[in-house]
Design a protein around this ligand. Sequence first.
Ligand code: PLP
Length: 449
Amino acid sequence: VTPIVVGSTGGTKQSKLMAEAHNHMPQGVAENYRYWGDEATVFVSKSKGCVLTDVDGKEFTDFRLGYGPIILGYCDERVDRAVCDEITNRGVISGFSTALDAEVIKQVKRLCPQIEKMRFANSGTEAVMGAVRTARGFTGRTKVAIVEGGFHGLQDEVMWKANLEGWNMRSDTTPEVIPFGAGQRPNTAVCCNPTGLTLLSLNNFQMLDEYFHQYGHLTAAVMIEPIIGNAGSIAATKEWLQHLRDLCTKHGTMLIFDEVKCGFRVAKGGAQELYGIYADLTTYAKAMGNGYPVACFGGRKDVMDVIGSFKGGVVHGGTFTANMIAISAAHATLDILESTDALATCDRVGTDIMAVLGRVFDAHNVQHTFSGPPAMFGIHFAKDVPQNYRDWRKEEYELYGKFAWNLIKYGVMLEPDSREPWFICEAHQTMDLQWLEDVAMRSMTEACA
Ligand code: PLP
């Protein structure tokens, strides 16, 4: 959908910065996903609470929240002060352990009881890499399966997707598996390859049964986002997730829940608390540090204990791993999440916002459903709640794109792609819901025109 820039981004300073940035970075941005077109790419000058201000002084109430890490609010003083105190007194890295490492892990273990042992990482990508390698080290197997529509970071081997473009949804063939982009190592994603990656479809029992029948004994791990934060918060059903859990147990396959997006957001114990179904290994990142770059992976003690510098051990390390910025941010954020009702506030505000948006869609006779928990909900212009990424493909996502660009024009920031959920943070509790309803009403009227 073409970006709408009049009166939103595309101001004088934005244009100058964009023109200049093209000289220095591919597409003029520091990472691909920030490029929204020359006129619409956002340059931020300030962020506080739930409000972003762009370089031309335009304010946005933000539901994008940097792809989800902000759970309390931008520039949360409680977290920022803890980080500043820590690095002022102790510095950022020494390449040695500190007492705070285990303290943070104890916090995670209290909130997420399936974590028995844990290691830190610097990003979701790195946490996924650690979890997958650990699963392979423990099982001695290579093959991995993931789910269509999910995203697990930037390492080559998990950046494969189903090509639904031109694929006949009603056919019983499976879609082609293609890389996210150029430059990836070829042929790592070949379903029938005993070492390759397979893409499954969420909530599809038959596909899961057939996969395990054929490849279960070869599979090191099945890794899924139980609530797909990269496909409109489409959620696994409890029955399907339990079936997956049972099959993994039966075949000695590691079940990895990638909770990089939903961890410490959808509940204190993440998706696993909501479902009551537990993975062998879990990855967490984003909300864990309220925007500071901290991540981790952990799970069963016997599985995690394959990591180490002993002969045959799984290698895990990194210069910046468990640096004091990351650790102190996680310590302060998790302390707030554990001891306050910040997440209950996010749930309440998210529920209110869904009600506002529901009224707007009803007023325009737009068929819609919501999916996922209130702190990270997806909007679907469709009759039924989608069960998987193939269902998303059949929705009116272009109408959603028009609606989203209009919202951005009127000062509501979100990703103009319905695969990215609306993220709620504690600071949204101060926002004016009537204002949101008014701008959403205008945005939808214009989108339907
Ligand atoms: N896993 C999931 C579920 C994600 O949503 C993401 C990023 O959005 C990643 C992994 C990769 O995390 P990062 O961007 O921190 O490398």
